[in-house]
Design a protein. Structure first.
Length: 337
């Protein structure tokens, strides 16, 4: 559970872990004998136990690409509403596309942001009746023209990065680097929310209400010059996640809480943009297989027997959980069509 961390979130340089993974040595039984990898794993464990959030540096995705993604996102949100609504989100579009301000709800309360919602594309019928809700192609704007190509590259890089971070987390929990892969995360689903928080003329407007993320891992690429993301610690204080240029903020979600048998806790967070300027955030959510039955993995049940946290024994099919969340979030969507 999140402790009284202050004044900032942990910063973890994961480059030693990535070097080892790139050398195809993630299955090396002596991997933890590597001093650099062992140090990364210890930091991941501490951050996931105490905070649920951490900055990731040394991740291998260029700062110029991260910056370009944000710059082009700003260009899109600066367009007139009529132009943005050309890729309007609808149930018929698989809940993919642009939503204007006020469409999104968190815990039943209206949020003050606009966004483009995207999901991993899949063949019609692949996930049966459950998957029908999200079937469709992602809607990308024609302006900026190169936006789709840029985001395709970015998504591939974020997928690879998330996979390797999760391998480090698996080691931190005492499992093998591949403990989560196969039936659970061998064919990972992903979600991406490209969010614009308008500038405001008054303080403490809730851009996104307090919530935990419901997947595995989240990578947040936020504007460097606006502090808006806040994380709640055990004392009930909201700690600001001050931007560090070139870094991602990573946090764990509800599915990892279940898989780890409650050893790692997903943490409440919210967004308040007190800047008079628009703030953008590209949030990439790395998930389990869409049809995975998510429950505590045996290795973690064995490693933490009798722990009160083993009460986290609920079972949930990730795709059903996701669809339920999406339909609840956009319950009032047709009012905005």
């Amino acid at each position: 559970m999140a402790t009284n961390f202050k004044p900032h979130l942990p910063i973890i340089d994961i480059s030693p872990l990535l070097v080892k993974c790139a050398a195809c040595k993630c299955d090396d039984p002596d991997m933890m004998d590597d001093t650099g990898v062992a140090k990364v794993v210890r930091k991941l464990d501490r951050a996931c136990r105490d905070v649920g959030f951490f900055y990731v540096i040394g991740h291998g995705i260029s700062e110029s690409l991260m910056r370009k993604v944000k710059e082009m996102t700003h260009r899109f949100f600066e367009l007139p509403y009529e132009e943005k609504l050309k890729i309007k989100i609808t149930p018929a579009a698989g809940y993919r596309g642009y939503q204007k301000i006020g469409v999104n709800y968190t815990s039943g309360k209206q949020d003050f942001h606009e966004a483009i919602d995207c999901y991993r594309e899949f063949k019609q019928g692949k996930y049966g009746e459950t998957g029908k809700v999200l079937e469709g192609l992602n809607q990308w704007p024609e302006n900026p023209q190169e936006y789709k190509g840029l985001m395709d590259e970015y998504i591939n890089l974020c997928t690879d990065l998330s996979r390797n971070i999760l391998r480090g987390i698996s080691l931190a929990l005492g499992g093998s680097p591949y403990e989560f892969e196969g039936e659970m995360v061998g064919d990972p689903f992903w979600v991406m929310r490209i969010i614009g928080y308008p500038g405001v003329n008054q303080e403490n407007v809730i851009g996104c209400g307090a919530h935990t993320d419901y997947g595995l891992l989240t990578l947040i690429n936020q504007d460097d010059d606006k502090t808006a993301l806040q994380v709640k610690n055990l004392a009930g204080d909201w700690v600001s996640a001050i931007p560090i240029p070139g870094s991602f903020i990573c946090n764990i979600g509800d599915m990892l809480k279940i898989l780890s048998n409650g050893v790692y806790e997903s943490t409440l967070h919210r967004v308040i943009n007190n800047s008079p300027l628009c703030r953008v955030c590209i949030a990439f959510f790395y998930e389990t297989n869409f049809d995975a039955m998510v429950e505590p993995l045996d290795v973690f049940k064995e490693k933490y027997p009798g722990d009160k946290r083993s009460e986290v024994s609920k079972r949930v099919v990730y795709g059903e959980h996701l669809v339920s969340k999406v339909q609840t979030t956009f319950a009032n969507l047709l009012e905005y069509s």
